[in-house]
Design a protein around this ligand. Structure first.
Ligand SMILES: [Zn+2]
Length: 453
């Protein structure tokens, strides 16, 4: 098995009960116990730690917007305290404080996962002015936002009119933390250099932050494989992001949009509506989802779990339904009795995706960002991580979406400095005799390097 983040945190961290997906979905009606990276007893009432804190305003008068920014100074509810053992999993759904703890636990968990892929702490983009990220679990608003020093969330409204608090929605919270991470790692461009593609990229990257994070729930991975028989192109819960009911979701990662289906990227960012900006990022999200599925299938072939012929058939499968039925039958036959081997392979593909994205985000510019910068960084990152093993998959997936690719010449000039630093880092850690003293993220990163994807 590839090293599991939970194995590293179990016993060392603090327990929370989290819903892997919106509790409105029947399959996820029960929260799961997870471990976050802070030692029991170190998380203060709030919950609060050295990087994040929850504050629950009583009737917050307005949304945060410059110049109204954290810290919140109005009247608040009492902070939520841990149990006597220092853990928060004593709180049950419906208890006062459960929602606040759920928001903290989710954001902390997603941050732990991504700091694992980065192999280091992700600093806040607002660190010059504020030390910690403020989390507001409820504002009277049918949306959620992430900004300078805060994440604040309201509720989603299903077509039935039912309201679902976003503080219990893992995808929405992970997406908002995704924005904060991208503000930190890529940067916040000034208006003069902010492109529509930067905004579309922000939405796409935030959805992918949620997608990789949700694949760290055992129940999600098990259910995903059982429902799809390992054929991830079939529509299922992994592809849905920010679900509101069994049938409604905000966006689909598994979409068929190409660049010619979305707004012209030369449109100034401020002239596009929020839905248009989300849509602009969808071909990129779709391409990266395809890369993930293709890498998974290639790893299945390597492990002897499916044959190369089936992988090739499902690659860009035609819409022809008999063709599709035959692919489904063959996946079902391959998967039967081999859940654990499929799962191990899926987790390898997940960790490749996490490493690929973290690597990519460290390489792209904040100013005048174009999707071509992103496609270039994806190719260079794969070269750095695997020696270019998935180059064909990455190129073909992006090209199908009509996303501009770099030439080979452009690529070779970019593969320099930072990559040799990466290799040296790996050597330094391998030589360290005191692995147990390394923080969980370095140990996890090292274990992933030993395994292959
Ligand atoms: Zn967003």
């Amino acid at each position: 098995m590839p090293a599991d983040l939970d194995q590293l945190l179990q016993g060392a961290g603090t327990r929370f009960k989290l819903y892997p997906q919106a509790p409105v979905l029947a399959a996820f009606a029960e929260p799961e116990t997870v471990w976050v990276s802070r030692k029991p007893g170190s998380i203060q009432p709030g919950p609060a730690d050295d990087r994040l804190y929850v504050v629950e305003p009583i009737d917050k008068p307005r949304l945060y917007e410059f110049p109204h920014l954290p810290p919140y100074r109005g009247p608040t509810r009492a902070p939520v305290a841990p149990g006597r053992d220092g853990h928060f999993d004593y709180l049950e759904p419906g208890d006062p404080g459960f929602e606040a703890a759920h928001m903290y636990g989710t954001v902390r968990r997603v941050l732990d996962i991504w700091e694992g892929y980065f192999g280091r702490e992700i600093p806040w983009h607002f660190r010059d002015r504020l030390e910690r990220l403020e989390l507001i679990p409820f504002v009277d608003w049918d949306n959620a936002q992430s900004g300078y020093g805060f994440i604040e969330v309201g509720f989603g409204e299903a077509e039935s009119g039912a309201r679902h608090p976003y503080n219990l929605n893992f995808d929405v919270l992970a997406h908002e933390l995704g924005h904060s991470m991208i503000f930190s790692e890529v940067g916040v461009p000034p208006p003069a250099t902010m492109t529509a593609e930067y905004r579309g990229f922000q939405e796409s990257a935030s959805d992918l932050v949620a997608l990789v994070a949700v694949l760290h729930f055992d129940t999600v991975v098990d259910r995903l494989l059982r429902n799809s028989n390992g054929d991830l192109y079939t529509l299922n819960e992994l592809n849905r992001i920010g679900e509101l009911s069994e049938t409604e979701q905000i966006r689909l990662a598994c979409n068929t949009l190409r660049m010619s289906d979305v707004a012209d990227v030369t449109t100034p960012a401020e002239q596009l509506s929020q839905p248009e900006l989300h849509r602009l990022g969808e071909p990129l999200t779709g391409a990266i989802f395809d890369i993930f599925v293709e890498v998974f299938q290639e790893l299945l072939v390597d492990a002897g779990l499916i044959d190369a012929d089936l992988a090739a058939l499902s690659y860009g499968a035609a819409e022809d339904s008999t063709h599709h039925a035959s692919i489904e039958r063959r996946f079902a036959a391959a998967y039967r009795g081999r859940h654990d081997a499929f799962k191990e392979t899926l987790l390898r593909a997940r960790d490749y995706l996490g490493d690929l994205l973290a690597n990519t985000w460290m390489r792209i510019p904040r100013d005048f960002l174009s999707f071509k910068n992103v496609s270039t960084a994806l190719l260079v990152s794969d070269l750095s991580l695997t020696g270019g093993r998935y180059r064909r998959i990455i190129r073909e997936s992006l090209a199908w979406r009509e996303i501009t690719l770099p030439s080979m010449g452009e690529l070779s000039t970019l593969f320099t400095g930072r990559d040799s630093a990466n290799l040296e880092w790996g050597l330094a850690v391998r030589q360290s005799r005191h692995l147990r003293n390394l923080p969980y993220r370095e140990r996890w990163r090292l274990a992933r390097r030993r395994g292959s994807y």
